[in-house]
Write a protein that binds this ligand. Structure first.
Ligand SMILES: *Cc1c(COP(=O)(O)O)cnc(C)c1O
Length: 234
């Protein structure tokens, strides 16, 4: 397996090449390092390579790593499913949440965001894979949800996020990302929302996502190797 510095360099090169191939400025595609199941020491190594933004899916695991890495200036993103009883800790300990898919959760995050912190950056997760996926709001519900979230005082609605069904077929990879971009554009046109963020693309499909306008790619495996859920990694 390659070392973390090698993997970070490889992923950065993939991002740069994909951006250039579609005529985009590579600066406009940011790398979110997805560190779920990986120990704090691994994040520290990525930090040493210049990585600052980390995405976590499980609250308790994330809080433990945040405590271990409190000496580093990191930006934490919550990207996993959100239960109501977790919103307070998420509102207190993260700068971004990519996985908001219902108004009730957004409302709680806004109410519970501490006053001394800037607004919490929010992406709305959309189900762009039809029946195959259970998470994310349905495209038909998106405008209403976005309108409601945009009104909440302690949140800043930044854009949309999706986790399409995995596919090895490039054409099949592009379609859901293009759909997410169109949904985003339509929120701009119909609700006048100024959204600057498309959180889409993972290790196996970041090129397709960047071609369709991704501004955050969320990368785990290509940076840190396969995740072993069977054994605790720390
Ligand atoms: C785990 C995860 C990723 C990273 O996936 P890889 O295929 O390992 O790059 C990205 N986004 C979300 C929401 C995840 O849960």
């Amino acid at each position: 397996m390659s070392s973390i510095p090698e993997s970070v360099a490889k992923v950065r090169a993939r991002i740069r090449e994909a951006a250039q191939a579609s005529g985009r400025d590579p600066q406009n595609v940011r790398l979110l390092a997805v560190s779920k199941t990986k120990p704090a020491s691994v994040l520290r190594e990525a930090f040493a390579c210049g990585q600052r933004d980390f995405g976590e899916n499980y609250l308790q695991e994330a809080l433990a790593k945040q405590a271990e890495l409190a000496d580093l200036e990191l930006t934490w993103h919550f990207i996993g499913p959100i239960q109501s009883n977790k919103t307070r800790a998420i509102a207190e300990h993260f700068a971004w949440v990519h996985s908001v898919d219902r108004a009730k959760i957004a409302q709680r995050l806004s109410e519970q965001r501490p006053a001394h912190l800037p607004p919490l950056n929010i992406c709305l997760q959309v189900n762009v894979s039809g029946e195959a996926s259970k998470s994310g709001c349905e495209p038909e519900e998106l405008a209403e949800l976005a309108g409601a979230v945009a009104e909440l005082p302690n949140l800043r609605l930044r854009g949309l996020m999706a986790i399409p069904e995995p596919s090895d077929d490039p054409a099949a990879q592009h379609a859901p990302f293009a759909r997410l971009r169109e949904l985003q554009e339509s929120l701009g046109q119909h609700l006048g929302l100024d959204l600057d963020t498309l959180s889409m693309g993972m290790s196996h499909d970041l090129e397709a996502a960047i071609a369709e306008g991704a501004t955050w790619v969320r990368i785990g495996t290509a940076l840190f190797g396969a995740r072993d859920y069977g054994q605790p990694s720390r």
